[in-house]
Design a protein around this ligand. Sequence first.
Ligand code: BTN
Length: 323
Amino acid sequence: MYKEKILNLLRSSCSGFVSGEELARTCGISRTMVWKHIKSLEREGFGIEAVPSQGYKIASLPDILRQGDIKRGLGTRVIGKTVRLLSEVASTNTLAMELAANGAPEGTVVIAETQTGGKGRLGRKWISPKGNLYLSVVLRPKIPMHKAPLITLMGAVASASAIKTTCGLEAGIKWPNDILLSGRKVSGLLTEMSAEQDRIRHIVLGIGVDVNMEMGELPPEVRGLTTTLAAETGAKINRTVLLQQLLRDLERRYRKFLKNDADILEEWKQLDLTIGNRVTVSGAGERVEGLAQGVDNEGRLIVRLEDGTSRTVAAGDVTIIKE
Ligand code: BTN
């Protein structure tokens, strides 16, 4: 608590410097305690300059997410009201599913700096080095189960929107939920659900965004298919700002979705890169090839086959065939 207060005082000082005496007086602690908290901030990665007659000053900020920074000015009512921030976890989705099963409130967000067992769609791994965003959100929507896939589309729309607001980049969505920039994947979503009969107990919406990682962290076979926000903008991205925007965008879309799910589909279509293209869709042991015609009101892809018949696909990997 005092450490957070000292940090805020240093951040809001006009000259940058605040004397040890003033920090001690404002916090109501001894100068030795101030010094201990300064050392602790340094261990977290803050560069702190100490000048004898002037005091302490923040010289450099660490690229780490901090609970206080995420919450400050977030302004959401549900999404992010409870935040669980970890430096490392197997998978934020797995932890969020466990927390949800144990009663975590709607809107609980689990965030990790790195994942050791990050999960992708269709049983794949999601390589999760430091520098990116990995988060999972607990949702408890009172909707029929067949509408659950729309939650993923909603998450994709919110991610694309947060990327646009924060980085000024126009991202597109490849069905169902790959966020692409210049044809390369920058973000992916994985939704997991717990249900009984036709009632949803909870849904966990997992989002991974490639933000500042070094491309060398990825296996060579996926490097050419992937990009990061830093690579696209040419500058390092403030992950806290992006994360806050993403949580705000999610909250706005989620409210809208609960009132009228058709609105989300409309917005999704504006960002879609799939419809109107020849595609192959593979997954669940089968491969479908044809013209992507549209999505139905449950978010399934409608593909017109060579023989003129249509197939509706609920899950799979889409490859757009360039003609
Ligand atoms: C995909 O495109 O295959 C989906 C990737 C989803 C990755 C995110 S990262 C946060 C959350 N935790 C996980 O283990 N997976 C999701």
